[in-house]
Design a binder for this molecule. Structure first.
Ligand SMILES: Cc1cc2nc3c(=O)[nH]c(=O)nc-3n(C[C@H](O)[C@H](O)[C@H](O)COP(=O)(O)OP(=O)(O)OC[C@H]3O[C@@H](n4cnc5c(N)ncnc54)[C@H](O)[C@@H]3O)c2cc1C
Length: 387
């Protein structure tokens, strides 16, 4: 029942889903709009249940070898003096560059991948879904899963325009490659002016560094696919800023062809499926980069979706309902990003002072250690799904 499954998107969620579906005996095909795997991005955390997923896939030793080895976040003043440091090292978590994780998931997943193509039409009936592609001939699948990110194409085709589902979280952000000498090795360095943050991500295991920009704003009108327009926006907001290293970071970012810009947004949906079509990863529940949980949610959600399909012998009605029930509590928890955003981008100068005092406080260290201990105590292993 329901053997042939099309997945849109060859990133963390799509490749993990394809791997586990194939292991459970289904026949997944992946379609990816980009002509090859999309690398890039900063470090992403593989933590808690997500560690079990990659351990069971056999790629945890490689992930540990490639770990970004970042010790924590530090907040600096205009003279580049650290005013507060937060150690984020956690034995239950490994931070790895997004591109390295995607490459490892791809190596572990032996399925058909159609690169450089995209779904343009989905028509479902009682037995399956007729899929029209931009390039490939029309094909029939029994199920279709959108793993194609926050601006999901499958979600638009099967559920409706994205404006219904994406909640804007009052900020925009950008990432770009920059000169590694600007940041301290193994630290994420952040500098704030009211409502703005510039930063440098400096992994201990990679030679390059990433520049961060984030700013608070009302919704802006711009072309989401036009990188030149994105660069102009960042330039408008940070161009006059002469404090700290902002000018150098901006200069590098504007010259970078891999410059990445988006609104800080979250996807909120009452249901992640519509008949034979389901969603996983950022397409279903994007919690935003401010959650620090995009990879964790994608790995665990994809593992559960494949597992529930196996446990229900391919019956999508049962499986999609159980997947929703099992995974939604973690999504709801990780979508609580308010404290992270206030930490990274205080609205006012007073807010920044309070943040620095709190970040320096031993009480904060004790509370976060306590939270980690509680999480470890409450952790439940993921089910070993069988078909
Ligand atoms: C290039 C890139 C850089 C990123 N950098 C960061 C970062 O630095 N920090 C961070 O927290 N998060 C980053 N993210 C997001 C992060 O990967 C996700 O939050 C999270 O890991 C969940 O992954 P996902 O597989 O659900 O979605 P994504 O990783 O967003 O992957 C979606 C995939 O779908 C593909 N796709 C999109 N549209 C179509 C279509 N029409 N047809 C077929 N395929 C399509 C995309 O090319 C992409 O491969 C980045 C994502 C990308 C794509």
């Amino acid at each position: 029942m329901n053997e042939r499954i099309l997945i849109s998107g060859a990133s963390i969620a799509g490749l993990t889903l394809a791997h586990w579906l194939a292991r459970h005996g289904f026949k997944p095909t992946v379609v990816e709009r980009a002509p090859m795997l999309r690398g890039g991005g900063n470090g992403v955390d593989v933590r808690d249940n997500a560690v079990e997923v990659v351990e069971r896939m056999g790629i945890m030793p490689r992930i540990r070898e490639l770990a970004a080895d970042v010790q924590g976040m530090k907040f600096v003043d205009a003279a580049d003096r650290a005013v507060a440091r937060i150690d984020i090292q956690d034995p239950a978590s490994v931070e790895v560059m997004r591109g390295d994780l995607v490459a490892l998931l791809h190596e572990a997943t032996d399925v058909e991948i159609l690169f450089g193509d995209s779904i343009v039409g989905l028509e479902q009936d009682d037995d399956g879904v007729t899929v029209t592609f931009d390039h490939a001939p029309v094909r029939r699948f029994e199920l279709v899963v959108g793993a194609d990110g926050m601006h999901s194409n499958v979600r638009r085709l099967a559920f409706g325009p994205e404006e219904q589902f994406i909640q804007f979280k009052d900020h925009y952000f950008a990432f770009a490659n920059t000169d590694a000498s600007l940041g301290e090795d193994r630290w994420v360095t952040m500098f704030n002016t009211p409502g703005k943050m510039t930063g440098i991500y400096r992994s201990g295991a990679h030679s390059q560094a990433k520049a961060y920009f984030m700013f608070r704003s009302a919704p802006l009108e711009y072309d989401r696919r036009n990188v030149a327009a994105h660069k102009q926006l960042i330039s408008d907001v940070f161009g006059d800023d002469t404090s700290w290293q902002t000018k150098k970071l901006l200069h590098a970012a504007l010259a970078d062809p891999d410059f990445y810009f988006d609104a800080l947004g979250q996807v909120q949906m009452d249901s992640w499926s519509n008949g034979r079509i389901a969603l996983v990863g950022d397409a279903a529940w994007c919690a935003s980069p401010a959650s620090g949980a995009g990879a964790e949610l994608a790995l665990v959600g994809a593992y559960r979706l494949a597992g529930e399909l196996a446990a229900a012998s391919g019956d999508h009605r049962i499986a999609f309902a159980r997947y929703d029930i099992a995974h939604r509590p973690l999504v709801d928890k990780k979508q609580q990003i308010g404290p992270n955003v206030r930490l990274m981008v205080p609205k006012t100068e007073g807010g920044r002072c309070v943040r620095d005092v709190v970040a320096r406080s031993p009480l904060m260290k004790a509370l976060s250690a306590l939270e980690r201990r509680m999480q470890a105590r409450n952790a439940r292993p993921l089910p070993e799904y069988v078909r």
